[in-house]
Write a protein that binds this ligand. Structure first.
Ligand code: 5RP
Length: 284
């Protein structure tokens, strides 16, 4: 591996433990103003000091992240579809390598859609992106996307997708956690990190998912909604980070979450939920 590529990758997957905490805030590229990411700067700023790297589009990077803050950027360079469009798999590369270099990206990220109508196009795009990345020493993160078909997330399908991504030269793969996740990791010769997926019922569930993934061999997370859709996002990222980098168990991570949530200001929604309801005046 070339020096530059190795050096950039080391900013994302830390060499001391070969793990990383990537904060995903790229959702708007096809979902628009996702809940709790309506004003990206507001969501991102308090979390920045706790993330090893930040995954996002150039639009949100330029408008909503302070360029003086030294967080490594994983730049989403694919897109072209929306949640209300015909087919989420019809993505193309939308950001040039020149612009990625201009914003000092530490890695390029794009989605592949194995088994979907535009499988071929997304895989060829991955091959081409790796060619460009290798030329300039920039690693590529392949995201094994499932579009709206969340039920696709089983070990057989995800192992197939991750392996294909690695065969095409991706330096890092992001996928979903599933039962028998070891099969996915073992069949993939490059580091695998997990997305959190839609917000789970509780923070404990998301910490359990993180722990299970790490135990099964994941190299970390590229997590979004289960962090910033929590009422206490900073406490949540700290707890996730403790699992990833300090090998803490779920109980301890949850304690970290509970301890840290004390220091965070609750959101308007939470204040509203906690307010005792006024008793209805009885009619005379
Ligand atoms: C969407 C993405 C997201 O970054 C990814 O799904 C991670 O976010 P979350 O943890 O919210 O699922 O790549 O295609």
């Amino acid at each position: 591996m070339d020096w530059g590529l190795k050096n950039r990758l080391a900013k994302i997957i830390k060499p001391h433990d070969r793990r990383g905490v990537m904060l995903a805030v790229d959702h708007g590229y096809f979902l628009g103003p996702t809940e709790r990411l309506e004003v990206p700067r507001k969501t991102i700023t308090p979390l920045l000091p706790h993330a090893d790297s930040l995954m996002l589009t150039r639009g949100v990077l330029r408008t909503s992240v302070d360029a003086n803050f030294p967080v490594p950027v994983v730049l989403r360079v694919s897109g072209g579809t929306s949640i209300i469009g015909k087919d989420l798999s019809n993505e193309k590369i939308t950001t040039s390598i020149k612009d990625a270099i201009r914003v000092n990206a530490s890695a390029l990220a794009m989605s592949i859609f194995v088994g979907a109508p535009y499988e071929h196009e997304s895989l060829v795009s991955l091959g081409n992106l790796v060619n460009e990345g290798e030329e300039y020493g920039i690693p590529v993160l392949a995201v094994t996307a499932v579009g709206k078909e969340l039920e696709k997330r089983d070990a057989r399908y995800l192992a197939l997708s991750c392996r294909i991504a690695a065969e095409f030269g991706a330096h890092l793969v992001k996928t979903y956690y599933c039962e028998n996740f070891e099969k996915v990791v073992n069949a993939c010769p490059v580091p695998v990190i997990i997305a959190g997926g839609p917000k789970l019922a509780t923070e404990l569930d998301a910490l359990q998912l993180t722990y299970n993934a790490i135990q099964a061999g994941a190299s970390g997370v590229d997590m979004g909604r289960n962090i910033w859709q929590s009422e206490y996002p900073v406490a949540m990222i700290k707890a996730v980070k403790a699992i990833v980098h300090q090998n803490v168990k779920v109980k301890e991570a949850h304690e970290i979450f509970l301890k840290n949530k004390g220091g965070e200001t609750p959101t308007k929604k939470e204040i509203k939920e906690k307010k005792p309801k006024k008793a209805k005046a009885k009619s005379a």
